[in-house]
Design a protein around this ligand. Structure first.
Ligand SMILES: Nc1ncnc2c1ncn2[C@@H]1O[C@H](COP(=O)(O)OP(=O)(O)O)[C@@H](O)[C@H]1O
Ligand SMILES: [Mg+2]
Length: 423
């Protein structure tokens, strides 16, 4: 090959690489654009809900007074009618042709009480809708919040749903994660969220193999608990799919649906700083609703590297630190292993034994000092020999946080949290 040809080949290769890089870049831009558009849509949806909430609160308030007046007067009317009835019967007998508001005495005798009862039922339904609307518009001011476990809310809600579920013979399976971190919320409201979703799931099932699966879990990544309700019903109708969280959107008018359940649910979840969404499970194979709620472990899980040559010590530390479920633990059995791990792994915190064969804790600390990329990492020194000269060496290097073995677990937590908070 001549020099010219070599040059050209080299240029062609560079061009190909540049094109590939360009394509990768374009695809990243496209993905970012999609994510942005989705975020924008969610924001618009949230704003729409807020405006609706304010509007609805006003309307609910306006309806409340007149409907109270009606509900107050209806029993009065019933009583008056009961007293008037004998007189009217007498009147109708003496003048059978006489009409009352266009109706015969006979007709009124048989039907008027029922008409009044129907009016009362309708007025009660309006009251229920107004109460739901008020719930929906209550938005961010859920009355009282306490620490609660979402599994408790699931069990309570299921007790309330039992009659409905038994009537339609639907199997309910529970898959509740143990040791979930608590959320700060209003128990009744969270129960209402679960109840609304479960009842909807039951109502969506129109065959004899009905099954509802309720799962809870926790994600270390974002510190949120989730609740997932899966049904094998008819699936959300595509015509309603992008509106089901809006008030009055329902395809169950005939069965008395108000279309308020999911909008109330949405506003409760919002008020708890959470998110709700649903997924289709393929044509005709049901729906899954997921609610995510933040726990007090809002912080992202902190990465910790545990270095000790004693497997028993590592085991104890691992078990203790697993309890709050907010740490990601990795371990190394000696200084050399730790140094190798630190080449690629960037923990926020190192829990480091001093005396280890081959490369001890002091040497690990020296190599940490020498590596600028590890500058922000916190270190807890652990040792069975308080007062040993090696601790002075470590202090001189700037590593002064020391825990003495055997560990006092509360002390360990306090120290870990203190150092992580300092970052
Ligand atoms: N699990 C589900 N499967 C299919 N459709 C659902 C499900 N959950 C909700 N939907 C749809 O969303 C609509 C709105 O629900 P909701 O707000 O609770 O009002 P309602 O239950 O009174 O109709 C329902 O009418 C139904 O069409
Ligand atoms: Mg409903």
């Amino acid at each position: 090959m001549t020099e010219n040809e070599l040059d050209r080949e080299h240029l062609a290769q560079q061009l190909a690489e540049a094109c590939a890089e360009n394509r990768r870049f374009e695809s990243r831009v496209r993905n970012t654009e999609i994510a942005l558009r989705e975020a924008e849509q969610r924001l618009q949806q949230a704003q729409k809900m807020e405006t609706l909430g304010t509007l609805v609160a006003g309307v609910a308030h306006e309806i409340n007074n007149p409907i109270n007046l009606i509900l107050y007067n209806l029993p009065l009317l019933q009583k008056i009618w009961a007293d008037l009835l004998p007189a009217m019967i007498g009147l109708a007998e003496s003048a059978p042709e006489r009409k009352f508001g266009g109706f015969s005495g006979d007709f009124l005798k048989d039907n008027l009480a029922q008409l009044i009862a129907d009016m009362e039922m309708a007025a009660n339904r309006v009251t229920k809708i107004v109460a739901d609307l008020k719930n929906f518009s209550r938005q961010s001011n859920i009355a009282e919040k306490h620490l609660l476990n979402i599994n408790t809310a699931v069990k309570n809600a299921l007790r309330l749903a039992q009659t409905t579920l038994r009537k339609v013979a639907i199997g309910v399976r529970l898959d509740l994660a143990p040791d979930l971190p608590e959320i700060e919320g209003n128990l009744q409201s969270i129960e209402q969220v679960i109840l609304n979703i479960v009842i909807n799931a039951a109502q969506a099932i129109d065959h004899a193999r009905g099954e509802i699966l309720i799962q809870t879990g926790f994600s270390l990544k974002d510190g949120r608990v989730h609740l997932r309700v899966t049904d094998n019903g008819r699936g959300v109708s595509p015509a309603l799919a992008d509106r089901i969280f809006l008030p009055f959107v329902t395809d169950k008018q005939a069965q008395g649906g108000t279309g308020l359940g999911l909008s109330v649910t949405y506003s409760i979840v919002q008020a708890h700083g959470g998110e709700i969404f649903f997924e289709k499970r393929g044509e005709g194979s049901g729906t899954a609703f997921t609610v995510q709620l933040p726990t007090l472990l809002k912080r992202q899980a902190a990465k910790i590297l545990l270095v000790d040559d004693d497997p028993m010590v590592r085991q104890i530390l691992k078990e203790a630190l697993a309890i709050p479920r907010c740490y990601l633990l990795e371990e190394a059995a000696n200084g050399i292993e730790a140094s190798i791990r630190l080449g690629t792994y960037r923990p926020e915190l190192l829990i480091l034994d001093v005396f280890m064969p081959e490369m001890d804790g002091v040497e690990v600390c020296r190599s940490i000092k020498a590596e600028p990329a590890l500058a922000g990492m916190k270190v807890i020194i652990t040792t069975g020999f308080p007062g040993h000269p090696k601790l002075d060496e470590l202090a001189a290097l700037g590593f002064t946080t020391v825990l003495t073995k055997p560990f006092n677990i509360p002390d360990l937590f306090r120290t870990v949290e203190q150092l992580l908070a300092e970052r």
